[in-house]
Design a protein around this ligand. Sequence first.
Ligand code: SF4
Length: 299
Amino acid sequence: MYCKCGKKAIVFRRYSGEKLCERCFNKSMIERVKKVIRKYSLIEKNDRVGVAVSGGKDSLVLLNILKKLSEKYPFDLIAVTIDEGIKGYRDKTIEIVKKNCKLLGIESKVYSFKKELGHSMDEIAKRDRKLSACSYCGVFRRYLLNKKTRELGCNKIAIGHNLDDEVQTILMNFLRGDLSRFGRTGSYYIYSNERFVPRIKPLREIPEKENVVYALSNNIEVGFSRCLYAGEAYRNNIREFLNKMELEQPTTKYSLLRSYDKIYPLIAKNLAKKVKYCEKCGEPTIGDICKTCEFLEKL
Ligand code: SF4
C-alpha cells in the first residue's frame, strides 16, 4: 500500500480512498484542522484560546496542532485542565498534561472541583447514588471551564471533540428527543451572553482513530487510563451501532455530520433560549438558578 508521493502508506482512509504515508498524513491532519477553523471562523486574529486539556489523546492532539498553528498565525493559547478529584485517574493525566505543556512551552492552569466547589468527584460518587457521577461531573466541568477561561481573559474555549464524539452526541440527543441539546452540537456554539465563552471544536471532522495515529506518529505522550465512573451504556450502544454502520458504509459518520450541519442553523435559531444570570452565583444560565448551584445545594 503506497501513498500518492510514492512512500509506504501508514493510513488507509476507507471513507475517501486515500492512502497516506506518515509525512502526508501529518500534513493532511493540520490542513483539515485549518480548513475547519477557516470554514467556521473558529479562531480569529488576536484571539486568546483556552484549550480544555484532559490529558487524553484528543485534547493533546488538539493542543499540539493549535500550537503549530499559533506559530504561524496571531493567536494566543493557554491550557486549562479541570481536576475532578478522581484518584488513580485524573492525578495521572494531570502529570501528562503538565509534561506536554512544558515541552510545547504553553502555560498550563489546573482548577479542582474540591478547591473551587468544595467536593471532589470521589466524594460526590460516594454520597449520591441516585444521579450518575457523570451528571455531576459534566455540569461542574462545563461551569468551571467557562468561569476560569473567562477569568483568564480567553474569548474562546477549544475542546477536543472528534468526529466520533460529535456523531454519537448528535444521534444520542436525537434518539432521546432532547432537542435543546440537539441544537447545541455545532462546530461553534455561542449563547448570547457576555459571561459565556464560546466553545469551538476544531477536531470535529477528524475520526478518533486518526487522532490516535497522529499522537503515535508525533510521539505525543497521552493518558489511556479510563475513569472508574465511566459507563454510559447508551453512548456505548450508539458507538457500536455507528461503527457497525461505518464498516458497511464507510461514509456513514461524515454523512451524518454533514446532514446535521445543514440543519444546524435552523435548529440553533429556533431552539435558542434566552440566557440569564444565576441568582446565586451570577454565572450564565437558562433557568433562574444554574445547574451547578442546584447540584451543590443537593450535596
Ligand atoms: Fe467525569 Fe464521567 Fe468522564 Fe469520569 S467518565 S471524567 S465521571 S464525565
